[in-house]
Design a protein around this ligand. Structure first.
Ligand SMILES: Nc1ncnc2c1ncn2[C@@H]1O[C@H](COP(=O)(O)OP(=O)(O)OP(=O)(O)O)[C@@H](O)[C@H]1O
Length: 246
């Protein structure tokens, strides 16, 4: 569970956001959308405790796994060792990871379909491959809350589908609570129960995904026309949200 009450943050005198309120229940998924620079990353960092709110409070129940937007690790670690780092909370101080930690790390890589990366050097992977490894590291921590900052931004269509599928599965199978940012309304529509639209420092709209992800609300958010098109997907009728560029 994540509860955010009256949260506000500022860099020097500039408010990034004020009066953010929402409660994300255990086992639910929420997506945060908004134009660049509206404070999505800052809000996530405030929730995981990397930044301190100027006002308000955050309450979380359960271990948090956090996947940051940028993961420019410069050390030439093996992928398996990076994923094992996700086990830190289970390993304890002044101890080294054991066989079970390595087994869990390997199983997590397999679950993401990247078991073959285990012995590769992280810095030699592509941006999308690194993103998958960072998600594996967070999942290996056996977290109860997974917080992801644009988890699909560097991924091709096939890996977007893979990650959306995995996130959907871990919510239904493991009961994880997931909070993610995205610039793709379609991804929010696919995964999220609830959505936070960050318009600007004083305006954030929180509500059920189908109430937030509408043509009118997305047009107001991004300032470009958005069309909701009905499409067939595996026998189901879905709405595809498409921005129109002039
Ligand atoms: N360390 C910092 N010092 C001062 N201002 C900052 C700092 N980090 C971020 N900001 C500013 O805070 C605002 C919010 O940034 P943030 O990265 O949270 O936005 P975002 O919505 O995640 O953007 P994007 O979609 O581009 O990732 C921006 O105006 C940014 O310039």
């Amino acid at each position: 569970m994540i509860r955010v009450e009256n949260a506000a943050f500022r860099f020097r005198e500039d408010w990034v956001f004020r009066g953010v309120n929402f409660t994300l229940e255990r086992g639910q998924t929420a997506a945060i959308l908004g134009p660049n620079g509206r404070g999505k990353t800052t809000l996530l960092k405030s929730i995981v405790g990397l930044l301190k709110l100027a006002e308000g409070r955050v309450e979380t129940h359960g271990r948090i796994g956090y996947v940051a937007q940028k993961n420019d690790m410069s050390f030439s670690y093996r992928v398996l060792d990076i994923v094992v780092m996700g086990r830190a909370a289970h390993v304890g101080m002044f101890r080294t990871p054991g066989i079970e930690d390595y087994q869990i790390a390997r199983l997590t890589l397999d679950r993401l379909g990247i078991g073959g990366f285990a012995d590769r050097i992280y810095t030699q992977l592509s941006g999308g491959e690194r993103q998958l490894v960072m998600i594996a590291r967070a999942l290996a921590s056996e977290c109860e809350i997974l917080i992801l900052d644009e988890p699909t931004s560097a991924l091709d269509f096939s890996n977007q589908a893979l990650i959306l599928g995995i996130l959907g599965r871990i919510v239904s199978e493991d009961g994880l609570t997931v909070l993610m940012t995205t610039h793709v309304p379609q991804h929010a529509q696919h995964l999220a129960d609830t959505v936070l639209l960050m318009h600007g420092p004083e305006r954030q709209d929180w509500g059920l995904a189908h109430e937030m992800l509408t043509e009118a609300r997305l047009e107001a958010l991004y300032g470009v026309p958005v069309k909701a098109l009905e499409v067939e997907n595996h026998g189901r009728t879905e709405t595809a949200l498409v921005p129109l560029f002039s």
